[in-house]
Write a protein that binds this ligand. Sequence first.
Ligand code: SPD
Length: 279
Amino acid sequence: MCDEWIEENWAGLVRHGLKVRAWLHDETSPFQRIQVADTEPYGRVLMLDGIFQTSERDEHYYHEMLAHPALVTAPEIARVLIVGGGDGGTARQVLRHAEVRELVMVEIDERVVRVSQEYLPGIASAFGDARLELRFEDGVRYLADAPDGAFDVIILDGSDPVGPSRSLFGAAFYQQCARVLEPAGVFALQSESPNVMGDLWREVQGALRGVFPRVHPYFGYAPLYGCGMWTWTHCSRCVDPLAVIERRAGAVEHHTRYYHRGIHRGAFALPNELRRGFD
Ligand code: SPD
């Protein structure tokens, strides 16, 4: 048994450590450092540039909450785009929906996908799905070149604003997402935690509100990210995030470990200290 810890240090403010059973992988790709460790509490864990991304034991909280609220509320879900998401967990959830006919996933770093396939095969299990087109390129450039209204749903699954994810934060990028989204579509993104990262959280919400008429943050767990409480945000021109398409939600609930319609409704109830700015 090795007596080591893998630790995330968030902006010099929070340290979150996991007891390591074994180190499995460590490389530096052209974009970032990629590490995988087998840990006591969460099984295998993927870390990018020192930031925890996903783990075998808690990935479902994050990936199910990122994917399904958008996919059970958007009027159409035939054409879906994921920006980021190299571990494959979000793609796996999106592809649970039979109505998805085409999923384009744009990940800048091919090594994240390959390392995930090797060490996290349960999370990276959907890469063989015939509906998936995997592109290794910069999401910012991909969106800049994409035609207006090309996707029914766009999902942004990036890291914190460090390394290659930095350009996926801010009004300029959200504006491109809005343009490439079908007018009645839904854009969903991971939007950090109001705990500890309060300034970043408010910045992201403010930028989204400058671009989309409807912006609804929602809450859940992401134990691996140290702050416990995590948020995602449902953005659109006109879609009510509580108007769930029952048929779709009912079908996906057979597969999910965390997400269901009750969780969906509760997640959009904002804590008092945050909801005031959203009235
Ligand atoms: N604090 C880390 C946030 C990382 C969010 N994205 C994780 C990618 C999982 N597919």
